[in-house]
Design a protein around this ligand. Structure first.
Ligand code: NAD
Length: 358
């Protein structure tokens, strides 16, 4: 039997509730595919600050490095909003990503057939959307120096080295090769020098992937095209700030933020988490949608453990649960057979994976 070590960071708010369901589903898939998952819990975020005075204790970083992958829920909450920046829950997460060197953030946006009417966009626009945003995560304007906030003037610097662009572009092309073989690189090369280097470098990387079609789009046009005709996209490759904005925009195509997973990869250890936050407004009520987190566990199996059949079994079980009419409150608009609690939804998905044949 294969065995993997998973560092589990439940975090704050709805984090513990949704992670419990992802573990329920992982255990079921492990049972069927003869995989043993050894979980070890670590603290990060507000809960870590409360217990240790540090939003990212060294033990958590060490534990992540000793694992095969990190499964993470969410961090943050009103209670910690007024702490100094260094002690805030979000700082813990940024430091973890940086410590693990996860420079590539993958955000798949897939519209489940059963939920096409849950989107604010027209059914014919969203039906069949299946795209992947590949966002550079540890560079660009969020990290560039110099940066300064004065009373009358403030500035940040958008900087990318060729190597940083190359490595994220390679990830996007590798992913496109396993999908519909299309990369759309999004930049602002008509105005920004950093985008001109981005474009030249992406063109260079593309030469190694002759079977993948490369197009370029300015970010302002891309934000419009995403709403006009999201089906035109396969893989969207973009920098940190553009990816941050476009992937949130793209998430609304699916119908609920509670559906979308993410993978942060590129370092030795990958981090898998839903794209949403800790939802303090619904925490502890047992109504959060666990699908984004369960889907993140599927990405963990795919990208960190190369357990492709097990990953696909989870994806199919999620789709079947929706097809059968099971919904958490956030997506209970059409075709509803039963409105489920967080835990019921997790159990239904686990049951749809099946049972081990004796
Ligand atoms: P949020 O994503 O937590 O919530 C936004 C809205 O979506 C809320 O109404 C919430 O109830 C709903 N929602 C989120 N996840 C849901 C789910 N699984 N099922 C059903 N509904 C869901 O964003 P916010 O309210 O802006 O932030 C709350 C806290 O989360 C803040 O402290 C913020 O800093 C933090 N945050 C953390 C992360 C992370 O852990 N990666 C990401 C974003 C925000």
């Amino acid at each position: 039997m294969k065995s993997y070590n998973i560092a589990v960071i439940k975090g704050d708010g709805i984090g513990p509730e949704i992670i419990d369901e992802a573990i329920k589903v992982l255990d079921r898939v492990g049972d069927i595919f003869d995989i043993k998952f050894n979980y070890k819990e670590y603290l990060m975020g507000g809960c870590a600050y409360e217990e240790t005075g540090d939003p990212l204790p060294q033990e958590t970083i060490d534990g992540a490095f000793k694992s095969d992958a990190v499964l993470f829920g969410s961090i943050g909450g009103y209670k910690w909003d007024n702490l100094p920046r260094a002690l805030r829950p979000e700082t813990g997460l940024l430091k973890l990503r940086s410590a693990l060197g996860v420079f590539a953030n993958l955000r798949p946006v897939k519209v489940y057939h059963e939920l096409t009417q849950a989107s604010n966009l027209k059914e014919e626009i969203v039906s069949g959307v299946d795209l992947m945003v590949v966002r550079e995560l540890t560079g660009g304007i969020y990290f560039g120096k110099p940066r300064e906030k004065g009373d009358d003037k403030a500035y940040n610097t958008m900087v990318y080295s060729k190597d940083e662009i190359k490595r994220i572009a390679k990830i996007a092309f590798d992913i496109a090769q396993k999908r519909r073989k299309k990369v759309c690189s999004v930049d602002k090369a008509n105005v920004l020098e950093v985008s001109q280097l981005w474009r030249e470098t992406v063109e260079e990387v593309a030469k190694d992937y002759p079977e993948v079609e490369l197009t370029h789009m300015y970010v302002d046009n891309a934000s419009m095209q995403l709403i006009l005709d999201p089906k035109q996209f396969d893989v969207i490759l973009t920098g940190n700030i553009f990816g941050d904005i476009l992937s949130d925009e793209a998430s609304m195509i699916s119908g609920s933020i509670g559906l979308l997973p993410s993978a942060s990869i590129g370092g030795k250890i990958g981090v898998y988490e839903p794209i949403h936050g800790s939802a303090p407004d619904i925490a502890g009520q047992g109504i959060a949608n666990p699908i984004a987190t369960i889907s993140s566990a599927s990405m963990l199996l795919k990208y960190s453990l190369n357990e492709l059949d097990a990953s696909m079994a989870i994806d199919k079980a999620i789709a079947k649960s929706l097809h059968d009419g099971y919904r958490t409150g956030d997506i209970a608009k059409y075709g509803v057979k039963k409105v489920c609690s967080t835990s019921e939804m997790g159990s239904i998905i686990a049951d749809n994976i099946g049972v081990k044949k004796q």
